[in-house]
Design a binder for this molecule. Structure first.
Ligand SMILES: [Zn+2]
Length: 252
C-alpha cells in the first residue's frame, strides 16, 4: 500500500502543491539568485510631416485632397473628418475604456489601413482630428490577410486644417509606419513618399506656396461653438474657424 501512495506522485510536487503543503521541512530558503522569465514587447511608431502649403480656398476645398495622392495611393483613399464634440476624448488607448470606446465609435467605419494609420499618427501626435481633415491611404508595403498594414508598410496622405489667423486651408504631407518591428530602409522610403505628396500638394491649382504649420491656438472663451454654416459642433475647444467647413464661427 505505501507503494501505491507513492505512485500517485510520480515526478515530484507542482509549485502549487509545494506552496499549500505544510512546512514539514523547516523554513523555505530564498535562493541566492532569482530565476526570472523576461517578457517584453517593443512597439515602434514613427512618422513625418512636411511643411504646410497654404491653399486658395473656396467651396469644396476639401474635395481636392484625394487628387493630391494621385500616383502614390496604393489603395482606396479614405477621408477622415474632424471629430465632433461627442468624440472629444477619443484616443486609441485600450486601457482607458471610455476614451477607447469613443475612438472605436468614431473610427470603426474606416478601413483597417486607415485605422492603423490613425493609431500610429495619433499616438505620435502627427495628426490631430480635433481640427485636421485627413485623406489617408496605403503608400508602400504589404497588408496582412486581415487587411492591416505590416509594421514596415507606410501609410499616410494629406492632412488639412484651417489657419486660425487667416482662415486659409493649410495642407501638409503626412506619412507613418510602425508596429512590432522596424526596418532600416523604412525611414528613407517614408521621406521619399513625403516629398512626393508635398510635390503633389504644391502642384494643385489652388496652392499658394509653403508656409509654417501652426496648430490652432487657444482663443479664450471661444470653446463649444456650433458652426452656424454646417451645424458642426467642434471637439476643438479653441476653434476659431469651423474645422469641418472652414467658415468663421460666430457666437450665437
Ligand atoms: Zn462648419
Amino acid at each position: 500500500m505505501p507503494l501505491d501512495f507513492l505512485k500517485r506522485k510520480p515526478s515530484g510536487e507542482t509549485a502549487a502543491e509545494a506552496a499549500s503543503a505544510p512546512p514539514a521541512r523547516g523554513p523555505v530558503l530564498m535562493p541566492e539568485e532569482v530565476v526570472a522569465q523576461d517578457f517584453q514587447l517593443k512597439l515602434y511608431y514613427a512618422g513625418k510631416t512636411s511643411e504646410g502649403v497654404r491653399m486658395q480656398t473656396g467651396a469644396g476645398a476639401m474635395d481636392d485632397l484625394p487628387s493630391m495622392l494621385t500616383g502614390l495611393a496604393k489603395t482606396e483613399i479614405e477621408i477622415v473628418e474632424p471629430l465632433p464634440i461627442e468624440f472629444s476624448q477619443a484616443t486609441p488607448t485600450i486601457a482607458r475604456p471610455s476614451e477607447a470606446m469613443q475612438w472605436l465609435n468614431a473610427h470603426h467605419v474606416h478601413s483597417p489601413i486607415t485605422r492603423h494609420a490613425l493609431v500610429v499618427l495619433e499616438s505620435i501626435d502627427a495628426v490631430d482630428l480635433a481640427f485636421d481633415t485627413f485623406a489617408c491611404t496605403l503608400l508602400d508595403g504589404e497588408i496582412d490577410t486581415s487587411g492591416y498594414p505590416e509594421y514596415n508598410a507606410i501609410v499616410g496622405g494629406v492632412a488639412a486644417h484651417w489657419d486660425e489667423a487667416t482662415g486659409d486651408m493649410i495642407c501638409r504631407a503626412v506619412v507613418g509606419w510602425g508596429g512590432r518591428g522596424v526596418r532600416g530602409d523604412t525611414d528613407r522610403i517614408g521621406a521619399k513618399l513625403l516629398g512626393g505628396i508635398l510635390t503633389n500638394i504644391l502642384a494643385n491649382q489652388h496652392a499658394l506656396g509653403l508656409t509654417a504649420v501652426e496648430r490652432p491656438m487657444p482663443a479664450a472663451g471661444r470653446g463649444g461653438l456650433v458652426c452656424a454654416h454646417c451645424g458642426f459642433a467642434s471637439a476643438h475647444e479653441r476653434a476659431f474657424y469651423c474645422p469641418k467647413c472652414g467658415m468663421r464661427l460666430v457666437r450665437g
